[in-house]
Design a protein around this ligand. Structure first.
Ligand code: GDP
Length: 450
């Protein structure tokens, strides 16, 4: 079956100086001929053309780019129409495109999916393309670009090649048992497999660095009601995302702000105030808020535990104290209202950050402490990091198979099967094998036109 030709707006929707419409598929050439009424432009060269509808009415003047298969993003014939980015221009052009035979609107991620299916890139590169489009900070952009250029895919394919090589040796012994092959191929292969297993395990033991970098480091702001959590979130985000009020317990749900801390992405969450369960004032909705706050605290990569300088003992109630560990930064807020604060305060052996959201005192210290914690988690890591749970699960599968091989190689067929399964797990990450069922899930996350 010949594939249909797809088209979509590839630039952002809305009014703009220029809008880019992309077409891909066997009818792309006919569509360009019909719209321009003349010969195809020279490939990969911008050509100025008048676009007209079927009745010959002028739609716009456009730059037309022609990419002949397989030298295009998708590997199919591709045309790009750069028109003026007005709503009416786009409406008229889409109307004209819809009337051309064999053309239909693209689904989300369909251009990228076709590129993958034509072998233009592997699955890790396709995922990285999505990440690059969504990257909000410098470190995210660098990680996505590195993966898009094949750093991760090459690493995994390199590992898979080593396994395939080992497998060939193991199978030779099985297939030609009577040949004069060297004794104990498994024994020979074992040290290589053990080394590879350590490399993969080392790659896995990265504290989820790549995944956190992709999703943002989760920081939860926690503490008793009215200590200034919402005010702190606002001050950090420098915009009004949380409602600040003087009635205790008004932040009942979790409110998030996205920050860029020195290039690293941070998702800051304000939570409901924590109070003792037996306090009668806590109604059902508030208890739900507290429940969510505690869940946030559990899932957070870092906790900002906020206390009130004027009510230290009270705001350090049991629920709050229990949250202070090595993953917490303790913030004593409202120091402007507590001039007699003891100079030697310490929580879990560490001095807290003394802060006044109101006057701004201590804000620089807090930002420095945050930056240090974020850099400790996400900094460094020159090599390619795995960026998705999908990669992690497949690598864990791979290690489990290698462990089975290393534990017992007495039965040659079973030993070979373990190595085969390990190689297959790696192949699933790059999309070399067995991925038909995965494709819908992966490309669905893309937007239309990508
Ligand atoms: P939350 O319940 O912990 O989110 O607390 P809010 O952010 O709603 O703040 C409670 C009250 O404390 C508000 O009236 C704030 O204006 C006030 N507040 C917040 N930070 C400071 C501060 O540094 N100093 C003083 N004096 N008041 C503050």
């Amino acid at each position: 079956m010949t594939p249909q030709t797809i088209y979509a707006l590839s630039s952002a929707p809305g009014r703009a100086g220029v809008a880019v419409i992309r077409l891909s598929g066997p009818q792309a050439a006919d569509a360009v001929l019909a719209l321009t009424g003349r010969d195809l432009p020279k490939p990969r060269t911008a050509s100025l053309r008048r676009l007209r509808d079927a009745d010959g009415v002028l739609i716009d003047e456009a730059l037309v780019l022609w990419f002949e298969k397989p030298h295009s993003f998708t590997g199919e014939d591709v045309a790009e129409l750069h028109v003026h980015g007005g709503r009416a221009v786009l409406a008229a052009l889409f109307d004209a495109l819809a009337k051309l035979p064999g053309l239909r609107l693209a689904e989300p991620g369909e251009f990228s999916r076709r590129a993958f299916e034509h072998g233009r890139f592997d699955l890790t590169q396709a995922e990285a393309l999505g990440d690059l489009i969504n990257a909000e900070t410098e470190a995210q952009r660098r990680q996505a670009l590195q993966q898009m250029q094949g750093a991760l895919g090459n690493l995994y394919e390199g590992w898979r090649n080593r396994l395939t090589h080992a497998l060939a040796h193991l199978e030779a012994e099985i297939d030609f048992p009577d040949e004069d092959l060297p004794e104990g191929v498994a024994a020979e292969v074992k040290p290589q497999i053990a080394r590879l297993r350590e490399e993969i395990a080392g790659h896995l033991a990265d504290n989820r660095r790549g995944e956190i970098l992709r999703e943002g480091l989760m920081v939860a702001i926690l503490g008793a009601p009215n200590v200034g959590k919402s005010s702190l979130l606002n001050a950090l985000a420098r915009r009004d995302v949380a409602i600040v009020s003087e009635i205790p317990g008004t932040t009942r749900d979790v409110i998030e702000a996205h920050l860029d801390l020195g290039g690293y992405p941070v998702v800051l969450a304000d939570t409901a105030g924590l109070r003792a369960k037996d306090e009668t004032a806590a109604d059902r909705i508030e208890r739900e808020g507290i429940h969510r706050a505690l869940k946030r605290a559990e899932g957070a990569d870092l906790k900002l535990v906020v206390l009130d300088a004027a009510r230290l003992r009270e705001t350090l109630a049991e629920e709050t104290a229990a949250l202070i560990d090595e993953n917490a930064i303790v913030v004593v807020n409202k120091v402007d209202a507590a001039p007699d604060l003891p100079p030697d305060l310490a929580f879990a052996g560490r001095a807290p950050i003394r802060l006044s959201v109101k006057t701004g005192a201590g804000m620089t210290d807090l930002l420095a402490a945050l930056q240090e914690a974020v850099t400790a988690r996400l900094g460094g890591g020159a090599g390619a990091s795995l960026t998705r749970e999908r990669h992690r699960l497949a690598l864990q599968d791979c290690v489990a198979s290698l462990d089975r091989f290393l534990a017992d190689t007495s039965a040659a067929e079973l030993a070979a099967e373990d190595v085969r399964l390990a190689a297959r797990a790696l192949g699933r990450i790059t999309g070399r094998i067995e991925v038909e069922d995965l494709l819908d899930v992966i490309f669905r996350d893309f937007c239309i036109g990508k």
